[in-house]
Design a protein around this ligand. Structure first.
Ligand code: FMN
Length: 446
């Protein structure tokens, strides 16, 4: 990989202008900025920053992508907890106090969310984001179906309706087939005005969703096709290595074409350079969704020490594991403190993954794990308490190419990596060519 040294935000666009002048009349370099994503009346730079929960893609990160003309996602994963941190509310404390009686039991079937609290938390987060919105882009929310929260339909309806009430530009349905999700909000006044899209990893999943969308006469405005190199949970089994994003995207494009459905397709997962993105745009994609490169930005919600772990990661530090209590494979760094933890299930304060009858794969794994001779629970190796560990930033989930982050910035004299800004990463995707990644101007160590 060739690196060019630039004051990124200023010089890259100047450099680009020069290149355009020099090449006037000739074939111009193909870059992301030559394309635009059209969703209804709206037009965007075809870069979507994917939702990263819990609060990894912060409001600040999403707002920057929006200001720069792309689409930024906030995530509604654990909205009450995020609201508590952001606005000083006490939703988690109140829920925990309500369920004091079940804390030492493994029967969590009574643990539910207060739907009014949930609505208020979601509304506050979305309104906060939308009230600070600037620029020509969009702010969308990523809504994971797998957060069943002890009452899947009721909690999902509450989350979706509150996001629409809060004025969100778009909703991306993720982590599930979402066969009933549209129906839950079909009476909402913004059902046809807000953009609604879905993340799928196969034509099969798309077909299932489209059948349910046709029943409410509301097709998705876009389809994100997420391949096996993405961060977070994967829509593949343990055979994820056998799939290629390019192939799945080609199949989805062919299927939509056969069905005469003009739905924009947005590939995601392992798109690391602007040139990677251009390859998909040339092949018929309407935009690309990216995430991992933004994990070492100042606006990202991870702590600074975790950002440094991401920047320093090597390929052998990354695993795809079945420890998630959602049952989906999860890509994460092997240094994630959640692995082999024996924490007591934390459904009373959190409980996001609980099924409607109080089930959770971590509860089963915890119950099956014996105690040592001193009465201490041995490490639970099968599953992790996803809620607790995501809430406490102990799950270092990442895309496959996390180990290339070190090539996108400088190592400073003190050994740490220089953090980037969303603007630097975004404009690098937007304007770079030939797989080059522009390094920022080097700062002095702190
Ligand atoms: C740290 C991190 C957290 C993520 N969390 C979520 C999530 O909560 N929901 C979701 O649908 N996708 C999640 N993703 C997937 C991204 O939104 C995105 O589609 C994918 O990572 C893009 O691939 P890339 O990271 O290789 O660019 C996450 C990705 C990362 C890196």
């Amino acid at each position: 990989m060739i690196h060019i040294q630039l004051d990124h935000t200023r010089q890259i666009s100047e450099g680009f202008d020069v290149e355009m002048e020099q090449t006037a009349g000739l074939t111009r370099t193909d870059i992301v900025d030559n394309y635009r994503l059209r969703l209804g009346e709206s037009e965007y730079v075809p870069l979507v920053v994917g939702g990263m929960g819990v609060n990894i893609s912060t409001v600040e990160l999403a707002l920057e992508a929006c200001r720069l003309g792309g689409i930024g996602h906030i995530s509604d994963a654990m909205a009450p907890q995020v609201a508590d941190k952001r606005f000083g509310t006490k939703y988690i404390k109140a829920k925990n106090a309500r369920y004091i009686d079940t804390r030492d039991l493994l029967d969590k079937s009574t643990v539910k969310f207060d739907l009014e609290d949930l609505r208020q938390a979601q509304l506050a987060l979305v309104q906060d984001a939308m009230s600070h919105k600037t620029g020509p882009g969009g702010v969308f929310v990523n809504v994971m179906e797998k957060l069943t929260m002890g009452a899947p339909a009721e909690t999902l309806r509450t989350r979706l309706a509150a996001a629409l009430d809060g004025g969100i530009d778009g909703i991306t349905l993720s982590a599930g087939l979402h066969t009933h999700s549209l129906r839950l909000i079909e009476d909402h006044p913004r059902f046809r005005d807000a953009k609604i899209g879905i993340i799928v990893s196969s034509v099969r999943a798309l077909k299932i969703f489209l059948r349910s969308a046709k029943r409410v006469d509301r097709l998705p405005d876009y389809v994100i096709v997420e391949g096996p190199l993405a961060g977070g949970h994967l829509g593949f089994g343990s055979d994820w290595r056998e799939y290629q994003l390019h192939d799945i995207v080609a199949e989805v494009l062919a299927y939509l074409c056969d069905e005469s459905l003009a739905i924009p397709v947005i590939p995601a997962g392992g798109i690391f350079t602007g040139t990677d993105a251009v390859e998909f745009l040339r092949a018929g994609a309407a935009a690309v969704q990216v995430a991992t490169r933004f994990t070492i930005t100042e606006e990202c919600g991870l702590s600074n020490s975790i950002k440094q772990l991401y920047a320093a990661a090597d390929e052998e530090d990354v695993v795809v594991s079945m420890v998630s209590s959602t049952g989906y494979p999860l890509r994460l760094l092997t240094s994630s403190p959640c692995l082999g933890s024996n924490v007591k299930p934390q459904c009373e304060p959190f409980g996001y993954v609980l099924g409607k009858d109080g089930t959770c794969l971590y509860l089963d794994a915890y119950e099956a794990t014996p105690f040592d001779l001193d009465g201490k629970k041995l490490p639970v190796t099968e599953r992790i308490c996803l809620c607790y560990h995501f809430a406490k930033q102990k799950v270092y989930t990442c895309g496959h190419y996390v180990y290339r982050l070190k090539n996108t910035t400088h190592r400073l004299d003190d050994g740490s990596y220089q953090l980037l800004t969303v603007e630097q990463v975004f404009t690098d995707y937007q304007y770079s060519a030939e797989h080059e990644i522009a390094l920022p101007v080097q700062r002095q160590s702190a």
